[in-house]
Design a protein around this ligand. Structure first.
Ligand code: MG
Length: 288
């Protein structure tokens, strides 16, 4: 199933998307995605109730998780070609030539303030950065809580998957020698268009594509992740309890703006579109 958050006036509700027909069925009494995820076993039997379907074209979607309860976990340098382009770009603080593949995954976070939905504008923050870049990523949504989760058990803790754009201010990422400052500006985490539940796709074989103004920049498959999803969940949950609604962005493939010489940073009016097979398409315009 595909669950989306619907934005109407100043409130949100949750609906089930039929992407084949382009319609959505709002769920009576479910206003919050994290609540749906946390109580899914109780709510699931009532999902078949016959509330009216409406056209997706007639509504606005919010980010599937409108306001995460805490920071989004993110993974850096998790595709080989991207690790190489990042090391070679000059924007990785302390990077050593030939040491671009790490023994342990690089984990950082973005604040809940970064999250915006499909079609919402991303701010370029031109007073604090001049090097805004895109990163197309598959994101995991945690369903079942757990600590010290084994790799073998990891998939049992996943509710579903969505798309995020891990927007990054490269100058700040480099200058502060720690990634948080470059990653956590307001609007820097477009998310959506919805959550596809884990029973509907094979997360180890998904095409990830990203276009800037219609030009294909990133084109990869999740089978090429260096640290796979079970490994990431085992690593992050070691001594840390994951809870329903937690989000893990799994890393971006090669083809980001700093992979080009000279770098291709985003400017006002640019549109970044990301597609992941089995999920959908997330599109956002960057504005000054
Ligand atoms: Mg990233």
């Amino acid at each position: 199933m595909k669950f989306a958050s619907i934005l109407r006036d100043n409130s949100t509700s949750v609906g089930i998307v039929n992407s084949a027909t382009g319609r959505i069925r709002p769920l009576a009494g479910v206003t919050d995605m994290v609540d749906l995820i946390a109580r899914y076993a109780d709510i699931e039997p009532s999902l078949a109730s016959n509330t009216q379907e409406i056209a997706l074209a007639d509504i606005k979607l919010a980010a599937p998780i409108v306001m995460p309860r805490r920071n989004i976990f993110c993974v850096g340098k998790n595709y080989r070609e991207h690790a190489r382009e990042f090391s070679n770009s000059g924007f990785e603080a302390g990077a050593k030539k030939g040491a671009e593949i790490d023994e342990y995954p690089a984990i950082f976070s973005k604040g809940p303030n970064t999250v915006i939905g499909p079609d919402a504008p991303v701010q370029l923050h031109s007073t604090v950065t001049s090097s805004v870049d895109y990163e197309a990523e598959l994101a995991v949504i945690i369903g079942k809580p757990g600590r010290n989760i084994s790799q073998k058990d990891a998939y049992n803790h996943i509710f579903g998957y969505t798309i995020v754009n891990d927007v990054t201010a490269r100058d700040r990422q480099k200058n502060h020698k720690q990634w948080f400052m470059g990653k956590t500006l307001d609007t820097f985490c477009p998310m959506g268009p919805w959550i596809t539940t884990s029973d509907e796709l094979d997360p180890e074989n998904l095409d990830v594509k990203c276009w800037v103004n219609g030009e294909l920049r990133q084109n990869a498959n999740t089978r090429d992740l260096i640290f796979g999803i079970p490994s990431l969940i085992a690593t992050i949950s070691a001594g840390l309890t994951l809870v329903p609604g937690d989000i893990i962005a799994t890393g971006t493939p090669a083809g980001v703006g700093i992979g080009f010489t000279p770098p291709k940073f985003l400017k006002s009016g640019d549109v970044v579109a990301i597609e992941i097979s089995g999920i959908g398409r997330l599109e956002n315009r960057f504005v000054a």
